[in-house]
Design a protein around this ligand. Structure first.
Ligand code: NAD
Ligand code: UDP
Length: 310
């Protein structure tokens, strides 16, 4: 049994990770400022984990030692991370610093939830880990993209200077139950709009692409990476390489809900990446991992979850 800290543990991905760690018998401390997460996501774990409401931009209180730290704390939806961009940047950079210091003190292995956003609006397609990206350093997405790039920098410098064990994943768009129905991401927006019989808001002409990974597949990848030997640091792409346009996604959602609501075209947000698809050869080779859940099956589970929420 290990003692494990999960930051952002009350969020969408964090709460699924905490579920798996508790199932495996570990002692879990969940730290979250509840900015975009919710106690509802971890209500079923009451009595089984320790929860602390805390912002990782502030010094981490003394919580005892840890064997492992998973850093997932950061708003992930463009709507939320752009609402307070300076705080988002601080969360990635100061948050990483605070947790890396804790990892040094605890001699803990530390995991960072990085993102496909480090590739920006990519000129190389699909994106392998050795692509350095095409990122606007001062646009409206930069607080998130550059913050996450800065966090990767800090992780590698701490590993080089202090010999700590780091594990970095670059997550491509992931969806599933416990996404916040109002967080503005495309999968939750389309499902909620369709269930509420409202038009589906397609930004731009809907030909931009994303590759959607189901949450259970992603979390399995996290656990496999954390179990690798010290020399495996990543960054490693985790995502589903099946690529869809937003128009295709809208059509799938409408078919699955059976509600034939119209599409409403709205302006494309600034710097919205045109295409995104992971190369997952590294994950296949090192982690023997690849996604198993097809988009339709994952959407069905997510629609079932939202059906009782909205
Ligand atoms: P989420 O918004 O549901 O979860 C983030 C959690 O972090 C929330 O519970 C929030 O309250 C908490 N948080 C935010 N700022 C904090 C701070 N300063 N201190 C403490 N807690 C804070 O989003 P998610 O989809 O679960 O994303 C989890 C992580 O994975 C994030 O780091 C995100 O950048 C990364 N990621 C997610 C995706 C995706 O598709 N879901 C893609 C790429 C990267
Ligand atoms: N999008 C859309 N309608 C929405 C929300 C998003 O067409 O209601 C588009 C958005 O412009 C982007 C894609 O869907 O091209 C994915 O957006 P999301 O916010 O989910 O994630 P990210 O842009 O960070 O990949």
């Amino acid at each position: 049994m290990k003692r494990i800290l999960v930051t952002g543990g009350a969020g969408f991905l964090g709460s699924h990770l905490v579920d798996r760690l508790v199932e495996q018998g570990h002692e879990v401390v969940c730290l979250d400022n509840l900015q975009t997460g919710s106690l509802e996501n971890i209500k079923h774990l009451q009595g089984k984990i320790t929860f602390l409401q805390h912002d990782i931009t502030e010094a981490i209180p003394d919580l005892g030692g840890f064997d492992e730290i998973y850093n997932l704390a950061c708003p992930a939806s463009p709507v939320h991370y752009q609402a307070n961009p300076i705080h988002t940047f601080k969360t990635s950079v100061l948050g990483a610093l605070n947790l890396l210091e804790l990892a040094c003190k605890s001699k803990a292995k530390i995991f960072q939830a990085s993102t496909s956003e480090v590739y920006g609006d990519p000129l190389v397609h699909p994106q392998p880990e050795n692509y350095w990206g095409h990122v606007n350093p001062n646009g409206i997405r930069s607080c998130y993209d550059e913050g996450k790039r800065g966090a990767e920098t800090l992780f590698f410098d701490y590993a080089r200077l202090y010999d700590i064990e780091i594990k970095i994943v670059r997550i491509f768009n992931t969806y599933g139950p416990r996404m916040d129905p109002r967080d503005g991401r495309v999968v939750s927006n389309f499902i909620v709009q369709s269930l509420e019989n409202k038009p589906l808001t397609v930004y731009g002409d809907g030909t931009q692409t994303r590759s959607f990974c189901y949450v259970d597949d992603l979390i399995e990848g996290f656990l496999r990476l954390m179990a690798t030997p010290k020399e495996i640091q990543g960054p490693i792409n985790l995502g589903n390489p099946n690529e869809f346009t937003m128009l295709e996604l809208a059509e799938k959602v409408l078919n699955l809900t059976g509600n034939k609501t119209p599409l409403k075209f709205e302006p494309l947000p600034q710097d919205d990446p045109k295409q995104r698809q992971p190369v997952i050869d590294e994950a296949k080779k090192i982690l023997e991992w690849e996604p198993k859940v097809m988009l339709e099956e994952g959407l069905k589970n997510t629609i079932a979850y939202f059906s009782v929420k909205v």
